[in-house]
Unconditional design. Structure first.
Length: 259
């Protein structure tokens, strides 16, 4: 546990070598990386954090901006006396990685955005976030069940139903304050596409062909005219579940050159 401004932050820290920092998405926690970490820790020091208001990490406020999350991560790596990290962020974890990259550029070795985006919420998406917050206030269990269901296609529900149920059970542990604070924080996140164009370190975006949360076309547009590498894989938004082996192979390949 790390104490960040009187807020307990849970993380795992294993392996030796250059540091890889793993950032989960909304309603997830560090356990999402449990099958990936054993492969990475053979070559790297791997740190998987529960972001503010998720997993075993406490809430810090009523809105957890991407910058709040980034400041917490910076405090953690400073406490561990780490200089540079390779960031891997899934979805909201990618938004956090980009905020970290903007605030602490000297601390980045490379970055992978997995099913994520550098764009802000569209006006429609912001309205949906407000609606979601109202649902959470009334019945957070119903919201979480629906939100996790919506991350997967009908096919995925057949193929990986056990993992989806496990994710649902884990997501149901997210405190109401953490859910709302994340929705509010994602809603007000800013456009960080400039980072894709102008930041100097190697970057990779991994996109799911049928990702309904972060559409493939949007990711393609964001990488166009940049040096950001793009890997397109089958499946939807939670690639670590739907395409675990492919995601792992892509991450290992990228880190071999850039980690
Ligand atoms: C996530 O998976 O982290 C979220 O669905 C991302 C979002 O809602 O923008």
């Amino acid at each position: 546990m790390f104490n960040y401004k009187n807020t307990k932050i849970s993380y795992s820290d294993s392996g030796k070598g250059n540091v890889v920092l793993l950032l989960h998405g909304f309603l997830e926690d560090a356990t999402m990386w449990k099958n990936i970490i054993p492969h990475l820790e053979k070559r790297y020091r791997v740190i998987a954090v529960d972001l503010l208001g998720h997993g075993k990490s406490e809430c810090y406020g009523y809105i957890h901006t991407m910058e709040d999350q980034a400041d917490m991560l910076f405090a953690l790596i400073a406490d561990l006396r780490l200089r540079k990290v390779s960031l891997i962020g899934h979805s909201m974890g990618g938004y956090v990685a980009l905020a970290f990259a903007e605030l602490y550029p000297d601390h980045i070795r490379s970055m992978i955005l997995l099913n994520s985006s550098a764009q802000p919420d569209s006006p429609e998406r912001k309205i949906n976030r407000d609606r979601a917050i109202e649902v959470v206030k009334k019945n957070s269990t119903a919201f979480v069940r629906m939100a996790v269901q919506n991350l997967f296609s009908a096919d995925a529900h057949k193929l990986v139903s056990k993992q989806i149920e496990a994710l649902t059970q884990q997501a149901l542990k997210t405190p109401v304050q953490g859910i709302i604070a994340a929705l509010e924080g994602m809603k007000i996140r800013i456009d960080r596409e400039a980072l894709l164009h102008f930041s100097p370190y190697p970057k990779l975006m991994i996109a799911g062909e049928n990702d309904t949360i972060i559409p493939l076309e949007d990711v393609k547009n964001q990488t166009e005219g940049t040096k950001v590498a793009l890997e397109i894989i089958p499946g939807g938004h939670v690639s670590t579940i739907e395409q675990e082996a492919k995601v792992l192979a892509i991450i290992i390949g990228f880190l071999k050159k850039n980690g």
